[in-house]
Design a protein around this ligand. Structure first.
Ligand code: NDP
Length: 243
C-alpha cells in the first residue's frame, strides 16, 4: 500500500512581506506550513495565528539564514512536525545599498552570507528532506537582470548568483523529479521598499509597485502539480520595470 505523500511546506523568511504572503497562500492551498524568521517573533506569531484562524496548520521557527546549523535544525523541526517536504521556498534575504566608494566590508559579508550562502545551504538541507517530485522555489530579484537603482550593485550580484545557482541545481535535482525555480520580483511594497517607495512608483511603467500577494500567486503556481515541466527558470515579475 502506497504511503500518503506529505504535503509539508517550509518558507525560509516567512514572517513578513513577500515570505508571509507566500506562507499564507501555501496554507490556503492545503499545505501545512513551517516558516522561519530571525529577529521578529511577533510578526512570525501573527502569520501562524492567521493561518490557524483560516483552518490551516503552521509553526514558526527562529533560524538565522546566515547560520548553517540553524538552517539544518529548522528543516529537521519542520519535518518532525509535518513530514517530508513537498515545497520549500527560500525567501529570506536582505537589502542594503551604498555607493561603491563607501561600501562597507561588513555589509558585503552579511549580504553574501544571507542572500547567497544561506540560499545554497537552505536548498541543500531542504532538498535532502524532500519528497520525490517536490518543489524548490527561491526569491531572487529583477535586479539580477535589470539595472536602475544606484548603490544596489552588491544586492544585484547576490541575486544574479541565486539565478545561476537555480539553473545549475535543476540538473542535480531532475532525477528525483524535484523542480527548482527562481522568482525575480521587481519593487514590491514591503519593509524593504518603504524608504524609497515614491521613487519606485515613479519609475515603474505601471505607476505602482507590486503587492506581496501578486508574488505569492506565482509561487503557488510553481508549487503546484501543474508546474511539473518548469525547472531551472528565473521568472521576472516587476510590472515591466526598465531603466
Ligand atoms: P522583508 O524585509 O519585508 O521580509 C524579510 C523576511 O525575511 C522576514 O520574514 C525576515 O524575518 C526574514 N529574514 C531576513 N533576514 C533573515 C535571516 N538572516 N534569516 C532568516 N530570515 C530572515 O523583505 P521582502 O518581503 O521585501 O523580501 C523578501 C525577499 O524578496 C528577499 O529575498 C528580497 O531580497 C526579495 N525581493 C524583494 C523585493 C521588494 O521590492 N520588496 C524585490 C525583489 C526581491 P524577520 O522578520 O525575523 O526579520
Amino acid at each position: 500500500i502506497a504511503q500518503p505523500i506529505s504535503n509539508a511546506a517550509l518558507v525560509f523568511g516567512g514572517s513578513r512581506g513577500i515570505g508571509a504572503a507566500i506562507a499564507r497562500r501555501l496554507a490556503r492551498e492545503g499545505h501545512p506550513v513551517a516558516l522561519t524568521y530571525v529577529s521578529r517573533p511577533d510578526n512570525a506569531a501573527e502569520v501562524v495565528a492567521a493561518i490557524q484562524a483560516g483552518g490551516g496548520q503552521a509553526i514558526a521557527i527562529q533560524a538565522d539564514s546566515a547560520d548553517a546549523e540553524a538552517i539544518a535544525a529548522a528543516v529537521e523541526q519542520a519535518v518532525a512536525h509535518f513530514g517530508p517536504l513537498q515545497v520549500a521556498v527560500v525567501n529570506a534575504g536582505i537589502y542594503d545599498s551604498s555607493p561603491l566608494a563607501d561600501f562597507r566590508t561588513e555589509v558585503l559579508d552579511r549580504m553574501l552570507a544571507v542572500n547567497v550562502r544561506g540560499v545554497f545551504l537552505a536548498l541543500q538541507s531542504a532538498a535532502a528532506a524532500m519528497n520525490e517530485g517536490g518543489r524548490l522555489i527561491t526569491i531572487g530579484s529583477n535586479t539580477a537582470v535589470r539595472a536602475g537603482v544606484v548603490g544596489s550593485s552588491v544586492y544585484a550580484m547576490t541575486k544574479a548568483a541565486v539565478a545561476t545557482l537555480v539553473r545549475e541545481l535543476a540538473l542535480d535535482l531532475a532525477p528525483r523529479r524535484i523542480t527548482i525555480n527562481n522568482i525575480q520580483p521587481g519593487p514590491i511594497e514591503t519593509d524593504i521598499t518603504t524608504d524609497f517607495i515614491d521613487y519606485l512608483v515613479q519609475r515603474n511603467p505601471m505607476g505602482r509597485v507590486g503587492q506581496p500577494d501578486e508574488v505569492a500567486g506565482l509561487a503557488a503556481w510553481l508549487a503546484s502539480r501543474e508546474a511539473s515541466y518548469m525547472t531551472g527558470s528565473s521568472l521576472t515579475i516587476d510590472g515591466g520595470w526598465v531603466i
